[in-house]
Design a protein around this ligand. Structure first.
Ligand SMILES: Nc1ncnc2c1ncn2[C@@H]1O[C@H](COP(=O)(O)OP(=O)(O)O)[C@@H](O)[C@H]1O
Ligand SMILES: [Mg+2]
Length: 282
């Protein structure tokens, strides 16, 4: 019997393990997903996903490929209605105590507050300046006084200002991969988001750029909350406060365990998490 079938049912870890249970941060969550189910072509891609995110918290979503991590994060700002238009999404998403899904409110406004940074940097194929101005226009800030300062501040926040200030008319897609990703983060910051969703933000980057993005993510914690999907467990350990472990059971992605990152990495409750952390599925 291979390890996947042996571990197909989550089991609590052996009795008597010495995990120190650190309570989740108190207080109302900034973002809360309740009973999220995404159905597509007669099957549930994810089901019964309940997760909350505290202010100034970094939550890492870990788990093998195909268990619905990207699908889940794309429900949080209703991006899923673009990426999987035929999917049936059920459940509720709450942002700062207000229901944002289901909701008739603008998805574009929601995406300003719950911004997203993708696996592959996606600057628009025009100048650096226009990339930034485009984001300000989306907020209605483009023509307000001080908008140039906002652009400078956002680029400073991602440590790109000194490098780019004399190249603002260069085409953004000619920047290096790491610079493009930082530009995309700067663009997201212009809408002053409460949450930034990162879906494997470093998987297309070299290690040096990856370190820069990780440092940035930790800095972002001062101003917003972050969810990062990552296959890199060392990265999850370095940057996150809490982890949620996704797993595919009977063809559907579920969260099998959440907890403080230190505990998940050293003394997980579920045998599947332990095996995943130890690389036993390779
Ligand atoms: N565009 C799509 N069309 C059909 N099925 C999809 C599509 N995108 C994702 N899926 C299904 O959803 C499952 C979960 O995908 P995804 O959320 O990308 O997983 P993860 O991010 O954990 O690797 C995939 O295995 C696939 O079956
Ligand atoms: Mg994915």
């Amino acid at each position: 019997m291979n390890i996947i079938s042996r571990l197909s049912e989550p089991k609590p870890a052996a009795a008597g393990h010495t995990a120190q249970v650190v309570p989740c941060p108190a207080g109302p969550p900034v973002l809360e997903a309740r009973a999220i189910r995404v159905g597509l072509a007669g099957r549930d891609i994810i089901r019964d996903v309940n997760l909350s995110l505290q202010p100034n918290e970094i939550l890492a979503i870990i788990g093998p490929s195909g268990c619905g991590k990207s699908t889940f994060v794309s429900t949080l700002n209703r991006m899923i209605h673009h990426t999987l238009p035929t999917a049936k999404v059920e459940g509720e998403i709450w942002l700062n105590g207000g229901l944002v899904f289901p909701s008739s409110a603008s998805a574009a406004d929601l995406r300003c507050k719950v911004a997203m940074v993708f696996q592959r940097p996606n600057p628009f194929p025009f100048s650096i300046r226009m990339n930034m101005e485009f984001a300000l226009k989306a907020n209605g800030d483009r023509y307000r006084p001080g908008y140039a300062d906002k652009i400078e501040q956002a680029l400073r926040s991602v440590n790109l200002w000194d490098r780019l200030k004399d190249r603002m008319n260069d085409v953004a897609t000619r920047l290096s991969g790491g610079e493009q990703q930082r530009l995309c983060i700067a663009r997201a910051l212009l809408s002053d988001p409460d949450v930034i969703l990162f879906d494997e933000p470093c998987s297309a980057l070299d290690p040096v750029s990856c370190t820069a993005i990780e440092t940035l993510i930790q800095d972002l914690k001062q101003r917003c909350s972050v969810i990062i999907v990552t296959h890199n467990l060392a990265q999850a350990r370095r940057v996150s406060d809490r982890c949620a472990m996704f797993w595919l059971r009977d063809g559907s992605g579920e969260v099998i365990e959440t907890g403080p990152t230190d505990r998940i990495m050293t003394a997980p409750n579920h045998e599947i998490t332990r095996a995943y952390i130890n690389g036993e599925f390779c």
